[in-house]
Design a protein around this ligand. Structure first.
Ligand code: CP
Length: 309
């Protein structure tokens, strides 16, 4: 199949075939990343702007490396030194960047839906790097890629997503992707952090971590998002950690070859003990490395759709 999309906004709108095409393309891109000269000319002459309205370590760096490996011209927008501080709107800012020739805009924004607004109003291709509590497609795609690489498949796997499902764009995008690719998805967390949409999401909901991880093949731990907790969703971090933090003891209930994942940044000792995070078999840094190949694939497919870039 060919990829016909000008934008990559979320996994809700991608088909299983499109998601699989991104993962297959990322395998070729990973091979590029293993060469001595890690560069191909796929985006030569294309200007990509990284428009980040929220802090980021992994996503921003990974997009930038992916852009450079594809030979794009890269423009990094720094919020604190921009005219946003003088009150310029998102749309005006993006229109000005487009007027300077940005063929692709990668956007992270605290407002859910911001990438859709740009996709509707601009001619540039838009790639969502995380919008509010809504979607984080590149993170879910790199998680799917990593699961498929380690387990050899996604269909039929028992995948558990643990923690702050309510505020997590990583959870939302992963649920869309995993369900579409045939995984058996379970979510677990305090009742206050399980959103209403879960009822229609074809996942099983648990409130007890021990029950949820019984026989699990993959466990995706989520970060407790202090910056999005506008009210008290649980009594204290210590309570949260006691009931929903992953420890060696709790892991014994999972499948013998369980894979533990985390999108980062980790709150060490809260959602995940350091001995699990730093275990020799930990895949958390493999997720980060795979993110470059997956983001290269996203750019490559948007570019090969042949519009604007
Ligand atoms: N996983 C993730 O989105 O990390 P950053 O916030 O560092 O980009």
């Amino acid at each position: 199949m060919t990829f016909q999309r000008k934008h990559i906004l979320g996994l809700e709108e991608l088909t299983a075939e499109e998601i699989t095409l991104v993962l297959d393309t990322a395998e070729s891109m990973k091979e590029v990343s293993e060469r001595d000269v890690k560069k191909v000319p796929a985006l030569r002459g294309v200007t990509v702007c990284n428009l980040f309205y929220e802090p980021s370590t992994r996503t921003r760096s990974s997009f930038e490396i992916a852009e450079k490996r594809l030979s794009a011209d890269v423009l990094n927008f720094t919020l604190s030194h921009s005219s946003v501080t003088k009150g310029e709107t998102l749309l005006d800012t993006a229109r000005n960047l487009e007027a300077m020739g940005a063929g692709v805009i990668v956007i992270r924004h605290p407002m859910s839906g911001a990438p859709w607004l740009l996709a509707k109003e601009l001619d540039s291709s838009i790639i969502n790097a995380g919008d509010g509590s809504h979607e984080h497609p590149s993170q879910a795609l790199l998680d799917l890629f990593t699961i498929r690489e380690i387990k050899g498949r996604i269909k039929g796997l028992k995948v558990v997503i643990v923690g702050d499902i309510l505020h997590s764009r990583v959870a939302r995008s992963n649920i869309w992707g995993l369900v579409k690719l045939g995984a058996e998805v379970r979510v677990v967390g305090p009742p206050t952090l399980i959103p209403k949409y879960i009822e229609n999401a074809k996942v099983r909901t648990f409130y007890n971590l021990d029950d949820a991880i019984e026989g699990a093949d993959v466990i995706i731990m989520l970060r407790i998002q202090m910056e999005r907790q506008e009210s008290a969703y649980f009594p204290s971090l210590r309570e949260y950690s006691r009931f929903y933090g992953l420890t060696r003891e709790k892991l014994k209930r999972a499948s013998e070859d369980v894979t533990v994942m985390h999108p980062g940044p980790i709150n060490r000792g809260i959602e995940l003990s350091s001995d699990i995070a730093d275990d020799a078999g930990s895949v958390i840094l493999a997720q980060v490395s795979n993110g470059i190949a997956v983001r290269m694939a996203m750019f490559y497919l948007v570019a090969s759709a042949g519009r604007n870039v």
